[in-house]
Design a protein around this ligand. Structure first.
Ligand code: SAH
Ligand code: SF4
Length: 361
């Protein structure tokens, strides 16, 4: 497996050129080709001497991601499946303007990216956790998804959400290295305010990220307003129950200006009792957080389903009546975007790479 050029920051590239006896300005040229001009091959880096291009190509690949398939079409949500160098797969999802979800930035294009192959956290409703954890993605594999999606779509990504496969906070160092590439002036240069990290609630990492100087946004996968409900579907709640999580979120609020987002999937008969809505409203008000209600997307192998529309509205209205800003995504056809992890599972099981755990529904 060759390291990828899209995984190296400016210092790392300069160091490589120095060791190769090349002038350091070559590093800047390579960064420009990778991140600004977004070329498809090392060969195309035409201001580098031919011999240097050959040497680079012997030691690096340009991108660690090979496009394998696309689902969806241009004016809807598109899901890309990428093959990694070790034969594993990850998914990224390109989502056009969605006023319900992205409010003030409704005209923008959002990319949802993966941070791990599989996930170790085993939330009972989630396809990514179904076959367990395989491995962390490295910085090039995380940041490279943005480059690849931009190349494939011919469009510029405006917002990035770490809501694809995996738990980004459990891959903290690679996540931060990828964010450096994504936000760096010499690399992709996307504003930190346009990045949202979603986590199932890893308390120490939330505190660590709170201290990070960039104004990155945070979304919490809550999915239960009481420990009793939450721990039934999210094993992490046993390690970090709501009291510990909310303490960390208070700490976050004391360091950051942007509002937190609480994500709440609505699963019929599991976490959708209206009493949960009232308690959720109380937590959200106290945390000054907005709430995203996401009707459950069915996952192959799991029996759960979303409540009917009327019930979803009732749940949302309780939040709104309590003065909480709450959005509800009701439109159909969203199984392609939110139930991230399914395409990869299908592909890898066809290739005999994943073994399913017994159904947990
Ligand atoms: N591990 C992180 C980020 C990836 S999951 C986290 O848990 O936050 C991104 C979001 O998709 C989470 O809110 C997750 O709970 C949600 N999700 C997972 N499976 C889903 C499904 N079947 N339907 C709707 N949302 C789902
Ligand atoms: Fe992992 Fe997030 Fe899915 Fe839970 S919801 S299993 S933390 S990816």
């Amino acid at each position: 497996m060759l390291p990828s050029l899209s995984g190296l920051n400016s210092e790392q590239l300069e160091q490589w050129f120095e060791q190769a006896g090349e002038p350091s300005f070559r590093a800047r040229q390579v960064l420009d080709w990778v991140w600004k001009k977004k070329v498809n091959s090392i060969e195309a880096m035409s201001n580098l001497p031919a011999a240097l291009r050959v040497k680079l190509a012997e030691q690096f690949c340009l991108s660690p991601l090979q496009h394998s398939q696309t689902q969806g079409s241009e004016d809807t949500t598109r899901k890309f499946l990428f093959r990694l160098q070790d034969g594993r797969y990850v998914e990224s999802v390109l989502i056009p303007a969605n006023p319900a979800l992205y409010g003030e930035r409704a005209d923008r294009l959002t990319l949802c990216i993966s941070s791990q192959v599989g996930c170790a956290y085993g939330c009972k409703f989630c396809a990514s956790g179904l076959a367990g954890f395989n491995r962390n993605l490295d910085a090039g594999e995380i940041a490279g998804q943005v480059l690849a999606a931009e190349q494939l779509s011919g469009e510029r990504v405006d917002n990035l959400v770490f809501m694809g496969m995996g738990e980004p906070m459990a891959n903290f160092d690679h996540l931060m290295a990828a964010i450096e590439l994504i936000t760096g002036a010499k690399t992709l240069h996307l504003g930190a305010r346009h990045l949202t990290i979603s986590t199932s609630g890893l308390v120490p990492q939330i505190r660590k990220l709170a201290e990070h100087p960039q104004q990155i946004r945070l979304a919490i996968s809550l999915h239960g307003a009481t420990d009793e409900v939450r721990e039934q579907i999210m094993p992490i709640n046993r390690k970090w129950p709501l009291a510990a999580l909310f303490d960390a979120l208070d700490y976050w609020n004391s360091h950051k200006k942007q509002k937190l987002t609480l994500e709440y999937i609505l699963i019929e008969g599991v976490n959708d009792a209206l009493e949960q809505a009232s308690i959720l409203a109380m937590h959200a008000s106290r945390l000054r957080a907005k709430v995203n209600l996401i009707p459950y997307n069915t996952v192959e192998g799991l029996d759960w389903k979303r409540p009917n529309e009327d019930h979803c509205h009732k749940f949302r209205n309780i939040l709104r009546e309590a003065g909480v800003s709450a959005t509800l995504r009701l439109e159909k056809g969203h199984d392609i975007d939110a139930a991230c992890g399914q395409l990869r599972l299908k592909q890898e099981s066809e290739e005999g790479k994943v073994v399913f755990k017994p159904s947990r529904s």
